[in-house]
Design a protein around this ligand. Structure first.
Ligand code: MTE
Length: 315
């Protein structure tokens, strides 16, 4: 970042989940063989029981997912370095378990919740989503997670809760990138409450059927498939219900370039490059770029959230 058709209902994914996850596991372990230390066995050993049952989701795209290697070696995660190859190299010592999330602000119930307890209450699904980065590349990722709105409703947001703010862990002793002032730490992100409650928005805890590797945002990250990838805040430790819009990290850092909404929109260019097309990671150097779809292909589901809004101004 510093460079300074409707979602296809995946009928194939709904059929035989045993066969399906068998195939996924095979693909992941094939990638694991190549990756070696990028999939530490201690993480696999300590995966929560919730991972024993993961259902496929009708919201998944039918597009072929990128390899585990693509997804876990080309990352933006400034807490572990600013280059794409830094997070996989620098995040392996980070131990995200046990983990808790503090809920505060405009809600009837607030306080600290243990992630294992959250997982015990929220059945896990696999959601295969396109991730479209604001830098004009994309991937297809088989997340494991649960709807964000289902968690938020548990805390009974009040009528004053118009926005939701997410905050990443702030611990420079465990996140070496936070010792460098490339962003104002901790990383923050925000959604309008109706965006956060939309069934497509999920909290992800896994990838390819296993717990998230650290570089992908372990143990808990946001995934909002109709928005640019930078909305996908990683290692979330705080969720705040707010009356006013929170400031998100990239908007704070470069307000002319990154807005609050960050909806994928091929008609609204970044000030320094076009957003009309995208390069699919892993497709090969000579593969043609593909057209970027409005709301990353989820227009039918989410366009109504923005009716009447000027999306060039609210970028
Ligand atoms: N979350 C935190 N805490 N720190 C970051 O630097 N980078 C964002 C987002 N979430 C970032 C973050 C950006 S710019 C992108 S494009 C996505 O994570 C990348 O997610 P990925 O590495 O899983 O592809």
């Amino acid at each position: 970042m510093l460079i300074r058709k409707k979602p296809d209902i995946a009928s194939s994914e709904i059929t035989d989940s045993r066969l399906y996850f068998g195939r996924r596991r095979f693909m992941r372990s094939a990638a694991g063989l190549i990756l070696g230390s990028a999939l530490p066995s201690r993480l696999l050993a300590s995966r929560p029981a919730a991972f024993n049952k993961i259902s496929p989701s009708p919201y998944s795209t039918a597009e072929t997912p990128n390899s585990y290697q693509d997804i876990t070696t080309y990352n933006n995660y400034y807490e572990f370095g600013t280059r794409k190859e830094d997070p996989v190299a620098n995040a392996q010592e980070f131990d995200p378990w046990p983990w808790s999330v503090t809920i505060s602000g405009e809600a009837e119930k607030t306080g600290k919740v243990n992630l294992e307890d959250i997982l015990a209450r929220h059945p896990l699904e696999e959601r295969i989503y396109r991730l479209r980065c604001v830098e004009a590349w994309s991937m297809v990722i088989p997340w494991v997670g649960f709807p964000l709105g289902d968690l938020l409703k548990e805390f009974q947001p009040t009528s004053k809760a118009k926005f939701v703010e997410f905050v990443t862990l702030n611990d420079p002793s465990r996140m070496p990138g936070q010792r460098v002032p490339v962003l104002r730490w901790p990383y923050r992100e925000g959604l309008r409450i109706d965006e956060a409650m939309h069934p497509l928005a999920i909290l992800a805890v896994g990838l390819y059927g296993e717990v998230l590797p650290n570089q992908s945002g372990a143990p808990l990250r946001l995934v909002v498939p109709w928005k640019y990838g930078f909305k996908s805040i990683k290692a979330i430790t705080e969720i705040r219900f707010r009356e006013t819009a929170p400031v998100n990290s990239w908007n704070q850092s470069q307000p002319g370039e990154y807005g609050f909404y960050a909806n994928v929109n091929p008609k609204v260019d970044h000030p320094r490059w076009s957003q009309a097309r995208e390069r699919r990671i892993g497709a090969g150097l000579f593969a043609p770029k593909q057209d970027t779809l409005m709301f990353n292909g989820y227009a039918e589901q989410v366009a109504s959230l923005y009716s009447g809004m000027d999306l060039a101004r609210n970028f």
